[in-house]
Design a protein around this ligand. Structure first.
Ligand SMILES: [Zn+2]
Length: 262
């Protein structure tokens, strides 16, 4: 874990990148911001989380870090020890954690619960949607550290994801009063989804998905295929984090649209 700080004092705002080693956008976004550091009104901490997995270009080395919270300093798993160290660094901080996917090229936010604080933050970031994960996030940082906003910045390893990460960090620093910049004003309202069940993926050679993330899928429509076996929507839903090859044993998740943020 690499920790950098801007400003003096104990930070109550933090930015975390590269919890997953195959998602360099977080590290790259943090490095871009630190290369041209803004003037700060209050201190902020930057954490590049899983340096060894980044080095190996692997999601993780022992266990998925974002399934290893709250962590354990005595664990045999490297990531479980790291989770405990990160959780202790983030105590009492409002946190932006940067991720990327194989499912969506724009940015969207994930929160445990859309509290008034998270609503205020989401409404001034350049995200296309907000996903509430409450009840579906065991072991994730978002469930165990207070006040975490995760942003999916785009496709894993893409230059766009790194640029988006730098942009959303600057917006988050403005929104939390770390910088004096005015946060951008949103012109359209923001759809809010509640994450539902995983969509299981059978072992196969080839996978395909037929629907677009955040777009409604009617009951009975084909959702995805594992070789010749097609998965059909048993009820209407909105897909989230859905991709052919993003996860080992699930295509992604169902979600319900639960409201709009102005
Ligand atoms: Zn990730």
């Amino acid at each position: 874990m690499r920790i950098e700080q801007l400003g003096d004092g104990v930070p109550e705002v933090a930015v975390v990148g590269s919890i997953h080693g195959d998602e360099p956008c977080g590290r790259d976004g943090i490095e871009a911001v630190l290369a041209d550091p803004p003037a700060v009104e209050r201190p902020v901490k930057f954490i590049i989380a899983n340096e060894a997995a980044l080095e190996a270009n692997q999601r993780y080395l022992d266990t998925d870090l974002n399934r290893s919270f709250p962590g354990d300093a005595d664990s045999e798993s490297r990531e479980t020890r790291l989770a405990a160290a990160i959780a202790s660094e983030l105590r009492d901080c409002t946190v932006l954690s940067l991720h990327s996917t194989q499912s969506y090229d724009g940015m969207f936010a994930l929160v445990d619960e859309l509290t008034p604080e998270m609503e205020d933050l989401c409404s001034v970031l350049s995200v296309d949607a907000v996903v509430q994960t409450k009840g579906a996030n065991e072991g994730r940082m978002i469930a165990t550290v207070d006040s975490v906003l995760e942003v999916e910045c785009g496709y894993q390893g893409s230059a766009d994801a790194a640029e988006n990460a730098a942009q959303v960090i600057r917006e988050f620093l403005a929104a939390t009063g770390v910088t004096a910049a005015s946060p951008p004003q949103r012109e359209t309202s923001l759809p809010v989804f509640q994450l539902g069940e995983p969509i299981p993926k059978a072992a196969a050679d080839q996978y395909e998905v037929f629907v677009r993330n955040f777009e409604p899928v009617p009951e009975g429509d084909p959702v995805a295929a594992a070789d010749d076996e097609t998965v059909v929507a048993e009820e209407p839903f909105h897909p989230v984090l859905l991709s052919a090859y993003g996860y080992e044993d699930v295509f992604g998740f169902t979600a319900d649209r639960i409201g709009m943020l102005d």
